[in-house]
Design a protein around this ligand. Structure first.
Ligand code: FAD
Length: 502
């Protein structure tokens, strides 16, 4: 199931880039061509740096190509949390950094003449429940104290009544894949190099430089930026102990009606997100929601089913044209990690933990890292210090990470499988035991069998079957594999071992 953005772009379908075919030397090697890596490559090539951008799959084909594409500093009800946890200056700087990112993105689009369906929109966070009114009011008060002037409204463009909504003006939306295409054109024009279908396996420091290893070739670089979404190098950095992944779902519908403007997200449970998008001359409505921790079991009715139900409630004659999902990294303190990969690895950088708001945060991250390479101070860098060692406030998620790791690394591997081969229906999967060994089985709709070793190639957790997407998902760190064992999502980058049962 491909997103609206990925399904309709020849840039992605006809991927015209080569994979790496020789050893190279460069000033900056950027690993991962989502919005973060591509933005870094854009800014650095503009400043005259020699850049090489390497991508495991296709440009923007992971989180960025499956996003909702809202460009906003409204990250849920977040500023009251920041103000209470880190103080007024921190909350104000976080807001300014994200507002500045909206301006930066628009500046790139204007300067480079990128046609990416950018439009300014108001962003609303709303509630239809009386019990959430107070939280919205508190957020409004915090923002007003920070000198920002959002509006409290009770009328929106949504097809239902709300109790209260907080409106940020001059936010924006775009088509993220068209934007990435524009950035790639600029990188190539400025003599940068881009390689797709090229997986980086490791990075080693050799004297003052880094060697980036792909399967067959190496890139020697003075600086490396790890823009792989979830950092794939485990030691040092230890990002796998401080982040988890969360999946959300989207549908794009033709409502057969004229739609009002605006981008919306609800504070209620279950939460929904809305925006419009242009498709073949029509305005579609995108509806998002169905969030759950990646790797946790979920059903069709709690994910796409929930969104379809919401769509039909307000637009009974609507046509569902696209369905897709993706996931994003969330740090335990909800603040991204941006800066040095580790204090013992100078000149190697990371940007991750964008918590489903990576359109602005990736721009903030790119500017911080580019400034560091240029030895320029960045007033927002302190917010995201990647080597921070602060007490973890989110004890619930920390406990979840520890429990999931203990279960998936050890306990579940010892538990007997609760299904046998004959019980697995067609177009479904499960873990069974063959000769005391756990085997992941998927039977396709014709009964063809795919058998994999259901152990994550990242850190060895036992995978779980995802019956909505027909994938093997890792409950520990969120890696995902197709039913045949092909690696789809980071932090793992190797395929699963397979068995021939015929
Ligand atoms: C459902 C959903 C909706 C969202 N909507 C919004 C929104 O409206 N607004 C917003 O601001 N944010 C949104 N986000 C968040 C946003 O999409 C992400 O934060 C952002 O796309 C992350 O970009 P990235 O470049 O870090 O990661 P990615 O786009 O995943 O890019 C990382 C790239 O690295 C590559 N890679 C991985 N490992 C390797 C390797 N070993 N070697 C080489 N390449 C590698 C991958 O193939 C991938 O292309 C949403 C997230 C979700 C889950």
């Amino acid at each position: 199931m491909n997103s609206l953005w990925l399904s309709n772009d020849n840039f992605i379908k006809n991927d015209s880039f080569n994979s790496l075919g020789e050893n190279l030397e460069t000033e900056v090697c950027i690993i991962g061509a989502g919005i973060f890596g591509t933005t870094c490559a854009y800014y650095l090539s503009k400043l005259g740096y020699k850049v090489v951008l390497v991508e495991k799959d296709k440009i923007g084909s992971k989180a960025t190509g499956n996003t909702t594409g809202k460009i906003t500093s409204q990250h849920g009800l977040f500023y009251n949390y920041l103000n209470n946890s880190y103080g007024e200056k921190f909350a104000k700087d976080y807001l300014d950094a994200n507002e500045e990112a909206i301006t930066n993105i628009k500046k790139i689009i204007d300067e480079e003449k990128i046609n990416c369906d950018f439009s300014y929109q108001n962003a609303y966070i709303y509630t239809t429940k009386k019990e959430n009114i107070n939280s919205i009011r508190k957020e409004f008060n915090t923002l007003s104290n920070l000198g920002y002037n959002p509006e409290l409204v009770t009328k929106t463009g949504l097809p239902f009544e709300v109790n209260l909504a907080l409106c940020f003006k001059n936010q924006a939306q775009f088509n993220p894949i068209k934007y990435l295409k524009g950035l790639c054109d600029c990188i190539l024009k400025r003599n940068g190099s881009i390689f797709t279908n090229t997986t980086v396996h490791k990075v080693e420091k050799v004297n003052e430089d880094y060697i980036v290893f792909t399967e067959n070739y190496q890139i020697k670089a003075s600086y490396v930026i790890v823009a792989t979404h979830f950092p794939f190098i485990n030691f040092p950095g230890f990002y796998f102990t401080k982040m988890y992944q969360s999946t959300s779902y989207l549908i794009a519908i033709d409502t057969k009606k004229t739609l009002s403007k605006g981008m919306y997200i609800s504070e209620d449970k279950p939460a929904f997100s809305f925006r419009t998008a242009t498709y073949q001359g029509k305005e579609l409505l995108l509806i998002g929601g169905g969030e759950h921790r990646t790797g946790e079991p979920s059903s069709y009715s709690d994910t796409y089913g929930l969104l379809e139900q919401e769509a039909k409630k307000y637009f009974p004659n609507c046509e569902i044209l696209f369905k897709w999902n993706t996931r994003d990294c969330i740090s335990l303190d909800k603040i991204p990690y941006i800066g040095y990969y580790s204090s013992i690895m100078p000149h190697m950088y990371v940007g991750t933990g964008f918590k489903k708001w990576g359109m602005t945060l990736s721009n903030v991250a790119s500017n911080i890292i580019v400034d560091s390479i240029c030895k320029k101070e960045n007033k927002f860098a302190y917010l995201f210090n990647s080597s921070r060692l602060k007490p973890i406030k989110n004890r619930t998620e920390m406990k979840n990470i520890l429990i999931q790791s203990a279960n998936s690394l050890l306990l579940n591997k010892l538990r007997p499988a609760n299904m046998n081969f004959d019980e697995i229906a067609n177009d479904s999967g499960s873990i069974i035991e063959i000769n005391n060994e756990k085997v992941g089985i998927y039977k396709d709709s014709n009964g063809k069998i795919y058998a994999v070793k259901p152990i994550c190639t990242h850190l060895g957790c036992l995978l779980s079957w995802n019956d909505v997407d027909k994938t093997w998902d890792c409950p520990c760190h969120g890696s995902r594999f197709d039913f045949d064992g092909t690696n789809l999502y980071d932090p793992a980058f190797k395929n699963l071992d397979t068995f021939d049962l015929e």
